[in-house]
Design a protein around this ligand. Structure first.
Ligand code: UGY
Ligand code: MN
Length: 245
């Protein structure tokens, strides 16, 4: 076997990180029996949320809900995820489970899904769980650009302390300007690829790559190639910059 000479595209910095598939570390956790998990983003690196991949060769039953006060978001990449409350999610199905949701989680053999968890910041009434699938969501052009379509997976009302969107880029489309904002992001590339600017670095990115963007990090994406590019992106939202971390 050829050695890889210590190379990876993963790059972990003070205010952003690129996490690429060849450097994933799959581990087990006591509260996820039967699974392997690759945590890609976590508070240890400065993020205010955790994001990772979960996979299971034999399938899962009765996985306990998230810890007290923690919201959970699941996005299915392969296979099926089920909840004890009766919902079944196929590929690109998703679930938002607010803190203290009772439902346990199951999954089919060969499942892989994205898992995000964060300490929920309530503003009034805590929203009910949300279940859906990406193909059912109507997209809207971002700031009038019909080459850049956003699908919002969660309702936009103020009870939600975050949003999770799919951004669809026509080949050659790009963000209109370099964004800087205090809200942070977790991102997973779903299709296509291009160049992601993070702070003062320009990274080639493609399907399967994950990105953490910390508060205020300058960010820009340009889609390259002949096929559309898509990414899933989490953003803390409806929060004041003065909310305690
Ligand atoms: O919603 C956002 O802030 C989004 N446009 N950011 C991004 O794609 N990096
Ligand atoms: Mn942004």
């Amino acid at each position: 076997m050829t050695p890889n000479f210590g190379q990876t595209r993963s790059d972990i910095r003070r205010n952003h990180a690129l996490l690429t598939p060849e450097s994933h570390e799959w581990i087990t956790q006591p509260d996820w029996p039967g699974s392997e998990l690759a945590f890609l983003i976590s508070p240890d690196m400065g993020a205010n949320f955790a994001m990772g991949l979960v996979r299971s060769a034999e399938g899962l039953t009765d996985i306990a809900p998230a810890a007290q006060g923690i919201a959970r978001f699941v996005f299915v990449l392969d296979g099926e995820v089920t909840f004890s409350t009766g919902q079944t999610l196929g590929a690109e199905g998703y679930a938002f489970l607010p803190p203290e949701t009772e439902a346990t989680l199951g999954a089919s053999a060969g499942v892989t899904f994205l898992l995000m968890e964060w300490r929920f910041v309530p503003r009034g009434e805590i929203p009910a769980p949300v279940f859906g699938k990406v193909s059912d969501i109507e997209g809207t052009p971002l700031r009038g650009d019909d080459w850049l379509i956003v699908q919002k997976m969660l309702p936009t009302d103020a009870g939600f302390d975050g949003e999770v969107n799919i951004m669809n880029f026509h080949p050659g489309a790009s963000l209109a300007y370099v964004e800087t904002h205090f809200m942070e992001h977790g991102l997973l590339m779903l299709d296509g690829g291009g160049v992601y600017r993070l702070d003062d670095q320009w990274y080639p990115v493609g399907k399967g790559d994950a990105i953490w963007m910390g508060p205020h990090v300058p960010q820009w994406f340009g889609a390259l190639g002949r096929v559309p590019s898509r990414y899933l992106i989490y953003k803390n939202y409806n929060r004041s910059p003065l909310d305690a971390r």
